[in-house]
Ligand binder design. Structure first.
Ligand code: SAH
Length: 245
């Protein structure tokens, strides 16, 4: 069974609409929707925002269902200036930018695990699915929706480092701080590296896709629930349709 996780309901509403639900489980203020989608057995859940919320949700998911892999999808703020709103990041490594137990451990190192970054493995099929989605991009959106969110160019896929922390990043100073800590950062969000840590500890394969919703700077003024619902959710549906079919 594949676990599909997002932080906000809006990010996954399109998927939930397509899910043939067979069972729901309510635990710890979360609802786990079990069922089939594109002929695959899956469990869908909204984790809510932040590392604790995401880690608690994914731990429950792993312990309540026979989960073979987890795919996290959602929105993120750009750190690397080559990224535009609407671009997609496929995570190859996840780092918690706000963990710092120095001088006991080097900053960024997860205490007692002895590692700083969680690598994703076997992302080839998800990458192919994302490329296929991008080729048929115009099929999923009308031009006006995209223009409303300043998406003017055809979006692109970048693979690389995603950083996570318990903070909504919205200043160029904070971006610079993150770049100093993790120069290879592509984007920033609030859950990915926490989910990656739980999956690492439980030895469950983990992959993550993030759609750039803002530039994490002082003038990020977009309507998040609307972007998540009208744009990010459809990306997730389109990509996972190709991945799961
Ligand atoms: N404050 C906004 C929404 C914040 S978005 C509102 O009022 O609706 C927070 C969610 O999106 C988190 O789940 C996080 O993972 C992701 N995210 C998007 N852009 C982000 C940014 N610039 N910094 C941190 N997290 C971001």
């Amino acid at each position: 069974m594949i676990g599909l996780v997002s932080a906000m309901p809006e990010e996954m509403q399109s998927l939930l609409n397509e899910l043939q639900i067979s069972k729901t489980l309510e635990k710890g203020k979360r609802t786990y929707y079990q069922g089939t989608i594109f002929n695959q057995d899956v469990v869908l859940v909204f984790s809510r925002w932040g590392k604790v919320a995401a880690a608690a949700t994914v731990t429950q998911l792993i312990n309540s269902f026979a989960i073979s892999e987890i795919i996290f999808s959602g929105v993120a703020g750009a750190i690397d200036s080559k990224l535009n709103i609407g671009d997609i990041v496929l995570g190859t490594e996840l780092i918690q930018h706000d963990i710092d137990a120095s001088p006991l451990y080097p900053s960024l190192e997860i205490p007692l695990l002895g590692i700083t970054s969680f690598k994703t493995k076997n992302t080839t099929n998800l990458e192919i699915a994302t490329q296929q989605f991008l080729k048929n991009y115009n099929y999923y959106f009308n031009k006006k929706t995209l223009e409303n969110f300043d998406i003017n160019k055809t979006p692109k896929l970048e693979k690389g480092t995603i950083v996570s922390g318990d903070q909504f990043v919205n200043s160029s100073e904070k971006i610079k701080e993150i770049q100093k800590l993790v120069p290879q950062s592509l984007c920033v969000e609030m859950e990915g590296a926490a989910v990656a840590q739980v999956c690492y500890e439980y030895e469950i394969p983990f992959q993550i896709i993030r759609i750039i919703s803002d530039k994490a700077d002082d003038n990020s003024h977009i309507d998040f629930p609307k972007f998540a619902n009208e744009v990010a959710g459809k990306y997730t549906l389109g990509i996972l349709e190709k991945y799961l079919s």
